[in-house]
Design a protein around this ligand. Structure first.
Ligand code: GLA
Length: 744
């Protein structure tokens, strides 16, 4: 495999001197920059991997219409009229910065990825310096040897004697050649995360941002895909993907000015966050992970899934446990008897883990609703007199593992923790704090090392005393609603958002150092923290508080763009659904939950025996396809966003020996007509035997037990009946299929 090389020099017409092309390659992509000492580094090419001949003859990108191709434009000296990636106020008041290449090097790297796994690649470091000032900005690009991912980030160091102020510090800028470029991004809201939005890029600026302070994925998400040749297609077309690996407030800007390019910028949101860099200090920006695929949106997703499973998720080589979570089943009504009953029921249905959610703790104040006791992490002696010991004993007795919910960054104004440490909460000086959930919730200031110690102790107290705890659900249910750190000095109050997330990452690292094995779920009012800044410390995330199977099809579809199925917690819940009050069939709920990390979120006591038996079968069937879904390649086939009431996707193992196909009808109408969905990713020459899972029909499908070549299935798909063949009393408007394909 060709790694980064410095290749032939070619004449740089504008400078009239020789410039050097620097090439970074991954197995399927190439990035070329023109890096020349004394000049700003320039973009040349990012796309499909180029051969040496292509590289040697690589045409220069157009500079028509004053196109500007600098990859890290800084404000004030050259770039005043166009958007910039970087701006600072020097100690002498000068607001202009000129970042010229002082030196650059490429080197092989072997380092430890954020999830603790070793990785190999090539790193390009471009040292940028302003001729007038001693400060250094390093621009980094790191290409992976074995996945199609190139990460880009910067750091800035104050080498002067006085403090300087950074007012803009994006991680990266990427010019994207105009054409018929479409942007796919994800809008959202609580209980409606990851709603796909596709926009044709046109003149003007598009800005996606987050200012929540804590949960940067609840509303708009920072991760985007650019379809370079017209409306995005799932399985064809050139795609550039860009993922911002950050948990805090972000800003993603796509500027289309009067030149030949769209300019993508991504990084920390500078709003209300100007950064005072003191003598000798360095600020490092989060990484942006770029991918390129010529296999459409699904191809780009598979690149992100590979990268995530190798380097960005904990334990991604281990199958996930099938669990029951207590939340929607009993909410705050926790006691030993109910926990024991739920454990027994999930064990009977074949589940492997029980998770006790919110409501288990209390000291001076009760946690019977969401307005009290956060921070008082002691089992409520009234609800749980036997404490964690008895819960663990009951889990052992029932043959399931035990997990527990915590929200370590929070307190309530009605809580002993707050009474003892009012100075630990985030609040504006001189003002009463604005409160969140329950009218009482407050955010603890993770910028403060004492708060970091406290949050660590929440984990440490549980896990050191009870090492049998197998799973922790780490929740965060409030935004930062007040600007003010009682810990940071008054001149650095604008560091609050950045310092909070530095504290959060330090906390995660500390937890993982001491407790590498425990499974941790990332939850923040649902999918509010589905980001690659945090995920390296977690095993999975809760996709949404909305468990309605129909809306989940849309949310899971969107979430799958950047996150693999193994990380997506998907639970079967009760009807009418608690978020949208829709009644779907048990079969439909199971089929939808089964396409990711399967679990249940229901009081099994309220299920009929028939439902329990069905779920028992679903769980046992899921175990047979769990490796295909959790480790397989995803092919999204038919989008629910097409608007024709159909969604379909499939997973295929890397050796193409097994596949699982999902087909969902979204709404029932008379005179309905669905296309036959062509499959993807199979071996055209292999013959696959068809078998339906979770079957409820009286008669098997026409194709049941028969075999078809991959070529046939990819050219024709299989006919799926529009409704189920069940007795009259069991007819309803929901229809879905889960089909396995096994190579003979
Ligand atoms: C958040 C989570 C839920 C549940 C509740 C408990 O909303 O997303 O799953 O844990 O908190 O209060």
């Amino acid at each position: 495999m060709k790694k980064l090389t410095t290749i032939l020099a070619f004449l740089c017409a504008s400078a009239g001197s020789y410039a050097e092309n620097v090439v970074l390659s991954t197995p399927g992509s190439t990035l070329v920059l023109d890096v020349n000492k004394g000049a700003e580094p320039m973009f040349v090419y990012y796309g499909a991997r180029l051969s040496d001949t292509e590289l040697a003859n690589l045409p220069k990108p157009t500079t028509a219409n004053w196109s500007h191709l600098e990859v890290y434009p800084s404000y004030g000296a050259t770039h005043t009229m166009s958007e910039t990636a970087f701006a600072m106020r020097h100690a002498d008041g000068n607001m202009s910065t000129q970042l010229l290449c002082d030196d650059f090097k490429t080197e092989p790297v072997s380092d430890i990825a954020p999830n603790g796994k070793p990785r190999k690649g090539t790193k390009l470091t471009i040292k940028l310096k302003d001729p007038l000032y001693p400060d250094i900005v390093n621009l980094y690009y790191q290409a992976y040897d074995d996945v199609d991912m190139i990460e880009c980030w910067t750091d800035v160091t104050n080498n002067g004697k006085q403090t300087v102020t950074l007012t803009q510090f994006y991680s990266t800028c990427m010019p994207i050649r105009r054409g018929n470029v479409h942007l796919t991004h994800f809008h959202g809201s609580w209980a409606s995360e990851a709603q796909l939005v596709e926009t044709k890029l046109t003149n003007g600026m598009l800005r996606i941002k987050n200012k929540d302070g804590l949960r940067n994925a609840t509303t708009d998400r920072s991760d985007v895909m650019f379809s370079l040749d017209g409306p995005a297609q799932e399985n064809t077309g050139d795609i550039i993907g860009a993922v911002l690996c950050y948990s805090g407030n972000y800003s993603v800007t796509i500027d289309t000015d009067d030149t030949e390019y769209h300019y993508y910028f991504a990084g920390i949101n500078p709003d209300n966050s100007e950064y005072h860099l003191k003598k000798g200090e360095t600020l490092t920006t989060p990484r942006v992970a770029y991918t390129f695929s010529n296999k459409g949106l699904s191809g780009a997703s598979r690149n992100y899934h590979d990268w995530a499973r190798k380097y960005m998720l904990r334990h991604a080589d281990q199958e996930r446990m099938i669990l029951l979570n207590s939340w929607e089943g009993v909410y705050f009504n926790i006691n030993h008897e109910v926990m024991d009953q739920m454990m027994a029921d999930i064990a009977m249905m074949g589940g492997e883990l029980f998770v006790m959610d919110d409501g288990w703790f209390a000291t001076k104040y009760q946690r019977n609703t969401d307005n009290a006791a956060l921070g008082d992490w002691v089992p409520d002696p009234k609800k749980l007199p036997g404490g964690i010991d008895k819960l663990l004993a009951d889990a052992r007795k029932n043959g399931v593992k035990f997990g527990i919910w915590v929200e370590p960054e929070m307190t309530n104004s009605i809580a002993e923790l707050y009474e003892n440490h009012p100075d630990w909460v985030i609040k504006a000086p001189g003002r009463e704090p604005v409160k969140g959930r329950g009218g009482t919730q407050l955010v603890l200031d993770l910028a403060n090392p004492k708060v970091q110690d406290f949050a660590f102790s929440v984990f440490d107290n549980l896990l050191s005393k009870y090492p049998q705890i197998a799973y922790i659900k780490w929740d965060a249910n409030a935004p930062i609603m007040n600007h003010g750190s009682q810990y940071l000095p008054k001149e650095d109050q604008s560091h609050l958002y950045i310092a909070y997330h530095e504290g959060l990452i330090k906390l995660c690292q500390r937890i993982r150092q001491k407790y590498p094995d425990v499974v941790i779920q990332d939850c923040a009012s649902g999918g509010g923290r589905a980001n690659y800044g945090l995920l390296p410390y977690f095993d999975e995330f809760w996709v949404s508080d909305n468990t309605d199977a129909l809306q989940r099809i849309y949310m899971q579809w969107g979430t799958s763009y950047f996150f693999p199925a193994i990380a997506m917690a998907q639970h079967i819940s009760a009807v009418p659904n608690h978020a949208v009050f829709r009644t779907t069939s048990m079969k439909f709920r199971c089929d939808v939950a089964m396409s990711g990390r399967l679990g249940m979120e229901i009081q099994p006591k309220n299920m009929t025996d028939e439902e329990k038996t069905f779920c028992q079968k679903v769980i046992s069937d899921y175990k047979t396809v769990r490796p295909v879904i959790q480790f397989g390649d995803l092919y999204r086939l038919h989008s629910p966003y097409e608007g024709d009431n159909l969604a379909s996707l499939m997973y295929v193992t890397q050796d193409k020996a097994k596949a699982v196909y999902f087909w969902y009808k979204l709404e029932t109408m008379k005179d309905e007509h669905f296309p036959r969905v062509k499959m993807q990713g199979l071996d055209p020459n292999k013959k696959y035997v068809v078998h339906e899972l979770n079957r409820i029909d009286n008669k098997p499908l026409d194709c049941e037990g028969k075999s078809y070549t991959g070529a046939y299935l990819m050219a024709n798909g299989l006919e799926m009946p529009y409704s189920h063949d069940v007795d009259y009393a069991k007819l309803n408007d929901w229809s879905s299929r889960v089909i396995t394909l096994t190579a003979e």
